[in-house]
Design a protein around this ligand. Structure first.
Ligand code: S3P
Length: 176
């Protein structure tokens, strides 16, 4: 079984951009969980949250993570809240290697300053909310990650190279 490459991290840390570039570089299937869910439901994440509620969205995430347990060598960009569910983490770990793209709240706030696609950040003071959520989420990211990459000051290509370097070592280990 070829392991999936699973990207986790806070909203706006670059999981989708890194995942896309990585999948193109190594010619592997790319799945962006939010994108997949939006297409399946025919609604944006904002619409799903407002019309069906967050628990419904989390259910869709869980369903999707169950499928990833089988591996298959995909590149997967998760939604930022996926790792809060221990069953999701178990499934993702079963089928893949988890890379935590760590990013400072300041950089995230800057990345998302014109973004209005994240329902959980639709508040007056976005930066304060990011700091508060990050504090709550950080232990989850730390607990599930196999590898941590600080992406705060990195270009996409640099992050992709670091992931590939890591994967090269894994593959060599597996060949032994
Ligand atoms: C969420 C992150 C979002 C999306 C939804 C909820 C979260 O994904 O799944 O808005 O709980 O952190 P991104 O991390 O891709 O922004």
């Amino acid at each position: 079984m070829k392991k999936n490459i699973v990207l986790v991290g806070f909203m706006g840390s670059g999981k989708t951009s890194v995942g896309k570039r990585l999948s193109m570089t190594i010619r592997r299937e790319f799945i962006d969980m939010d994108d997949f869910i939006e297409k399946r439901e025919g609604m944006t994440v904002n619409e799903i949250f407002s019309q069906k509620g967050e628990p419904y969205f989390r259910g869709l995430e869980r369903e999707l993570c169950t499928r990833f347990a089988a591996g298959g060598g995909k590149v997967i960009a998760t939604g930022g809240g996926v790792i809060k569910d221990s069953g999701n983490v178990e499934n993702l770990k079963k089928g893949g290697i988890i890379f935590y793209l760590k990013c400072t709240p300041e950089k995230i706030a800057d990345n998302l300053k014109y973004d209005n696609t994240r329902p959980l950040l639709a508040v007056e003071d976005k930066t304060a909310k990011i700091i508060e959520m990050m504090r709550e989420r950080e232990p989850f990211y730390n607990a599930c990650r196999d590898v941590e990459i600080d992406v705060s000051n990195k270009e996409i290509d640099q992050t992709v190279s670091e992931i590939l370097e890591y994967m090269k070592n894994i593959n060599t280990e597996e060949e032994k």
